[in-house]
Design a protein. Structure first.
Length: 171
């Protein structure tokens, strides 16, 4: 199974393509990736993207590449559950040129709508507490901090907060 294509008024969520790798590798080699486990070398970013693409076949969910309607690659959004995550997470990553334009919110709402339509009853976002932009987005999406939720293996409450998304809060 490949990622389904989802259209929004300004965006297209589509399966990742090989050219997405370069842009994401460039991002993950910088300090901007500090809240996403980076900076990371190209080899590890390749494995990360490949695993998120493979999740579609293995689990029926994974990540999408986000493009503007003109095809410009903007970043990614996904519903993922790697083995060290206790729950399915919705996460987002935008390239520098795409930030501050509401793209993450629009893409995340589309991904959440897809999740609710496909039987998910809750998702979480694992966010570093200092990542103010992601915390604000999770809250705009209706997520609430869940201090009692299990953390990904190896994470602590000091480096990861859990924000819980529910269908009724996303409508």
């Amino acid at each position: 199974m490949t990622a389904p294509v989802i259209e929004t008024p300004r965006l297209r969520l589509r399966p990742h393509i090989a050219s997405d790798l370069d842009a994401l590798c460039d991002l993950f080699e910088t300090d901007r990736s500090r809240y996403m486990g980076g900076p990371l070398p190209r080899k590890l970013v390749w494995r990360w993207i490949a695993s998120e693409v493979a999740m579609w076949d293995l689990m029926g969910h994974g990540s999408w590449g986000i493009t503007a309607q003109d095809g410009t690659f903007l970043g990614q959004v996904g519903i993922m559950r790697p083995p060290h995550f206790p729950e399915c997470e919705i996460g987002w990553t935008l390239l520098d040129h795409a930030e501050g334009k509401g793209y993450a919110s629009e893409a995340a709402r589309a991904a959440l709508d897809w999740a609710w339509a496909h039987g998910f009853d809750t998702l979480v976002s694992y966010i570093h507490p200092a990542n103010a932009r992601s915390v604000a987005l999770a809250e705009r999406l209706g997520a609430v901090h869940d201090p009692h939720a299990a953390l990904p293996e190896g994470d602590t409450a000091e480096d990861t907060h859990v924000y819980r998304h529910r269908p009724e809060a996303n409508r």
